[in-house]
Design a protein around this ligand. Structure first.
Ligand code: MRU
Length: 356
């Protein structure tokens, strides 16, 4: 997608380094960062220079390639794989990508290992682009249906950033929106600010602006009243891990939005590539929920009058705070799962029909 009119992906390999858009500086500064070692890749994932389930997966895949570039001793690559997998616990795409890379490299201990690793990492990323594009084509049908009935702007609420910045391109939740916009369907997006890291305000609104899609940032608690007033036609969010029974783990606050949508009879869709499905964990209680540093709550970052990025404390400095990064929305509140293979019911049988 575009930034300042120029097409980008969120990650690519060039001149022996992996390049990423450093998302911790957005929307104030657009900077490309170079990852030269697997440690750089682990750091980028942990500090959220890259974030969003599919992009974390893509970065981990390139992280393995960087490990083989540094040292193709199998023990080093194995240890690197473990460090990458542990960098963030909730998004399953991370483990999925590392496992796929390690399977591909298993038994290869020659000079070709780097080429094979780079090819597989690129394939993981290219596949994600294709899947996200298909999610857009499938999700477009839902937006089109609402538009054909309503005959005026379709208002869509989204939470966090499940846009192209969270993937390699297109996004998951945003892909149907981009496809609708390209088809000339008028859309407007309600963007949840998404405290504490503000991925909605900082990233979703930013990328929608760059694509000239009308959007309005709202405080996280505003969605409910907009739904009661009939100002939300549908919700689309992404996910970090969807269980085979259709339970959806996503950014903290998603569950409350789904409850409000349910109470107001508003369709609540979740968009995801199949790499985000966890076929193993059967009970949502067993999903590892990341708890991040409470400083993300107690401090906010922005730019001052000299255009310098500054961080300030906004809480009493003696107060404790708890920063759980994700929650789980039970399948019963999810209208449907928009995947690369089609739209499924949020249930075991629905997912089985599409994927097994
Ligand atoms: O903590 P983040 O910013 O990595 O969380 C991202 C989300 O929760 C997204 O909604 C999810 O990864 C889906 S991305 C297409």
């Amino acid at each position: 997608m575009r930034i300042d009119g120029k097409e980008y992906r969120t990650i690519w390999y060039e001149n022996n380094v992996v390049k990423i858009i450093n998302q911790t500086k957005l929307p104030h500064k657009f900077t490309i960062k170079e990852l030269k070692t697997v440690k750089d890749a682990v750091h980028a994932i942990k500090t959220m220079e890259v974030r969003g389930a599919p992009l974390i997966g893509g970065t981990a895949a390139y992280g393995i390639a960087l490990a083989t570039q540094e040292n193709h001793n199998p023990e080093f690559v194995k240890k690197s794989a473990e460090e990458l997998t542990q960098a963030r616990p909730t998004a399953i795409n991370l483990k999925w990508a590392v496992d796929r890379m390690m399977k591909k490299l298993s038994g290869i201990n020659s000079d070709q290992i780097l080429d094979i690793a780079l090819k597989e990492a690129k394939e993981i990323c290219d596949e994600d682009v294709q899947y996200c594009e298909n999610i857009g084509i499938n999700g477009l049908k839902i937006i089109e249906k609402i538009y054909n009935k309503k005959k005026s702007t379709v208002n869509i609420l989204t939470h966090c950033n499940a846009g192209w910045l969270a993937t390699i391109n297109w996004g998951t939740a945003t892909s149907p929106i981009y496809h609708a916009h390209k088809k000339g369907i008028p859309v407007h997006v309600w963007v949840d600010e998404t405290r504490p890291r503000n991925q909605g305000a900082n990233l979703t609104s930013y990328e929608l602006n760059e694509e000239e899609i009308p959007n309005t940032i709202i405080a996280d608690n505003t969605g409910g009243i907009l739904m009661q007033r009939g100002e939300v036609d549908m919700c689309i969010v992404g996910t970090d891990r969807t269980l085979s029974n259709g339970d959806v783990c996503n950014k903290i606050g998603t569950y409350l939005k789904a409850l409000a949508a349910y109470d107001n009879n508003i369709p609540f869709y979740v968009a995801l590539p199949s790499s985000t499905i966890d076929w193993e964990i059967k009970d949502a209680k067993n999903i590892p929920i990341e708890e991040r540093n409470s400083e993300e709550l107690s401090h906010v970052e922005g730019i001052d009058e000299n255009k310098e990025i500054k961080k300030v404390l906004i809480y009493p400095n003696k107060s404790k705070s708890l920063n759980l990064a994700f929650d789980v929305t039970p399948a019963k509140y999810v209208t449907g799962l928009i995947t690369e293979k089609g739209i499924s019911e949020a249930s075991f049988s629905g997912l089985q029909k599409l994927f097994k």
